[in-house]
Write a protein that binds this ligand. Structure first.
Ligand code: PEP
Length: 248
């Protein structure tokens, strides 16, 4: 049985004061939650979040990592640095980085490799644009994205990643695909991973992301291949984030 995982992606939001309120709301509302929880926060706030989450089971993560181990890469952040601040997870290949920072499938695959080598769990994001969806190319695009990552992994490493299917057109828009449409893509993703490592049927969690909120979480989270959520906007309000987690 795959344990559900709910991850908040704070994106480029927050301030010391705003975070303090959000973090105490999360700490105070954890009773009765029976899934894994994590928040992926902006780099400068990792120490604040690490301190605030101490003694809880809420894991910490970052939103990106360098594909390099160390050295002359101005502005980049290494796996080693993330580990210094207690990170367990790192989001890799979010569509906003693919789009605004021109991250290619190959770079995303290199970052996944680097994250694994450094002892972090990459949350690998894949998803089609509105154009791709309208052209009927969802399976092709998402299949290409996941296969580029799988092509650089050892068989055993397949079990060390988390995948997040995030249709680009659903992120921050209030639109979501039907649970059945999401399930279809998740089943296809799982099939690709099973081809590389049959254990992926049980060991890999596939999250859904894109306008998940308390009102639509339950039906999504009850589909057989939806193992959790990657939550953007709704993760900025403790009560919404926890309400989603309570349905997992
Ligand atoms: C995201 O950015 O990963 C995301 C899913 O955002 P939202 O929940 O706001 O659509």
């Amino acid at each position: 049985m795959r344990r559900k995982l709910i991850v908040g992606n704070w994106k480029m939001n927050g301030s010391l004061a705003m975070n303090a309120e959000l973090l105490s709301g999360i700490r105070e509302g954890l009773a009765g939650i029976d899934c894994d929880l994590a928040i992926c926060v902006p780099f400068p706030y990792l120490p604040q979040c690490q301190a605030a989450l101490e003694g809880t089971d809420v894991a910490l993560g970052a939103q990106d990592v360098s594909a390099h181990a160390v050295g002359a890469y101005t502005g980049q952040i290494s796996t080693r640095m993330l580990l210094d601040f207690g990170c367990k997870y790192v989001i890799v290949g979010h569509s906003e980085r693919r789009e605004y920072c021109n991250e290619s499938d190959e770079l995303v695959a290199n970052k996944v490799q680097r994250a694994l080598a450094g002892g972090l769990t990459p949350i690998v994001c894949v998803g089609e644009s509105l154009y791709d969806k309208e052209e009927g190319r969802t399976a092709e695009v998402v299949g290409r994205q996941i296969n580029t990552v799988l092509s650089v992994l050892e068989e055993r490493e397949v079990c060390d990643i988390v995948v997040a299917y995030e249709p680009v057109w659903a992120i921050g828009t209030g639109k979501t695909p039907s649970p059945l449409a999401v399930e279809e893509v998740h089943a296809m993703l799982r099939e690709q991973m099973i081809r590389k490592n049959p254990d992926a049927i049980e060991c890999v969690r596939i999250l859904y992301g894109g306008s998940m909120k308390p009102g639509n979480a339950e039906e999504l989270l009850h589909m057989p291949d939806i193992d959790g959520g990657l939550i953007g906007g709704a993760a900025l309000k403790a009560s919404d984030f926890l309400a989603i987690a309570r349905q997992a």
